[in-house]
Design a protein around this ligand. Structure first.
Ligand code: HEC
Ligand code: HEC
Ligand code: HEC
Ligand code: HEC
Ligand code: HEC
Length: 154
């Protein structure tokens, strides 16, 4: 269940270019694959992972195996390398953030990342600015003290 939402910026903002034309609309939308098949928050849940090419090859060793994009994917898989995806969402180091805390509190992926499963290309359409964080914290009566999200700033 979603616990609220934050301002969603214009979905027209172009996303970064990616090494392969991966589409969330195809995989999470049409094929209805769960987010957690490809994104997990191990350990303290600070950082979400992106599945290794070997996970993709469960399907792509057969599906579209002759397309140029899938050949490229298969080459990363056989070298045991991750695809060098370009990050879409990134906070500066001086901000504390944990996926696990937020997911445990009932936040949905779409609260911060928008309607991912309908997008062919991801862009930073969810608002992870300080104001975006604060809006939801105010709504949920969660602290907005500076030191909640930052160490001593000076
Ligand atoms: C459950 C099976 C499945 C998994 C797992 C899967 N895919 Fe796919 N993928 C598909 C299907 C089905 C299509 C659509 C094929 C078509 O258009 O006929 C597709 C299409 C694609 C395409 C477009 C290929 C082209 O040339 O049109 C890319 C690129 C792709 N997938 C990358 C990935 C990556 C990267 C992963 C892992 C992060 C992944 N896929 C995981 C089933 C899967
Ligand atoms: C089949 C694997 C797969 C599934 C299922 C999947 N993703 Fe992804 N996701 C990827 C790959 C590969 C990337 C990197 C390429 C890109 O950004 O499009 C990615 C990137 C992302 C990013 C941007 C990460 C960054 O660098 O900032 C977000 C956010 C995201 N996914 C959310 C979701 C959500 C929410 C769902 C479920 C609705 C989901 N994903 C389902 C494979 C997947
Ligand atoms: C409360 C807001 C929030 C929610 C809810 C949320 N995310 Fe994120 N996500 C972020 C922020 C902020 C970042 C950037 C983190 C950083 O740079 O440290 C991020 C980054 C990511 C990344 C890139 C890797 C990383 O950790 O930097 C992926 C992939 C991702 N999110 C997927 C998901 C998925 C899948 C869900 C739902 C299961 C989800 N997120 C729920 C805010 C959120
Ligand atoms: C969708 C609503 C929502 C958004 C957006 C949101 N938060 Fe939170 N945040 C919460 C809730 C609810 C809690 C309380 C969780 C608890 O007490 O278990 C929380 C707790 C926290 C905590 C304390 C727990 C911990 O992980 O140490 C920090 C730090 C935090 N948020 C940082 C952020 C930052 C940084 C952003 C923006 C990138 C953000 N939050 C965006 C709802 C949100
Ligand atoms: C709910 C979490 C949260 C709280 C509370 C918070 N911040 Fe931030 N702050 C952020 C995030 C996220 C960023 C990074 C924004 C970005 O990169 O767009 C940030 C960035 C900053 C920056 C850098 C600004 C810049 O333009 O680069 C300063 C300075 C700052 N915060 C000061 C404060 C002060 C002072 C307070 C208390 C009044 C505070 N913050 C409270 C989340 C928070």
């Amino acid at each position: 269940m979603a616990i609220g939402f934050i301002t969603v910026a214009s979905p027209q903002t172009p996303g970064p270019s990616q090494p392969l034309p991966f589409s969330h609309r195809t995989h999470a939308g049409d094929l209805k694959l769960q987010c957690k098949m490809c994104h997990q928050d191990p350990g303290a849940g600070e950082t979400m992972t992106i599945a290794a090419p070997s996970t993709c090859m469960q399907c792509h060793s057969a599906i579209k195996k002759d397309s140029p994009a899938i050949r490229k994917l298969a080459a990363f898989a056989s070298e045991g390398k991750q695809v060098p995806w370009t990050p879409v969402y990134q906070l500066p180091d001086f901000v504390h953030f944990s996926h696990k805390t937020h997911l445990d509190a009932g936040a949905a992926c779409s609260d911060c990342h928008g309607p991912v499963a309908t997008r062919d290309v991801l862009s930073k359409e969810g608002d992870i600015s300080m104001g975006g964080c604060m809006n939801c914290h105010r709504q949920k009566n969660v602290s907005i003290d500076c030191t909640f999200c930052h160490d001593q700033l000076n």
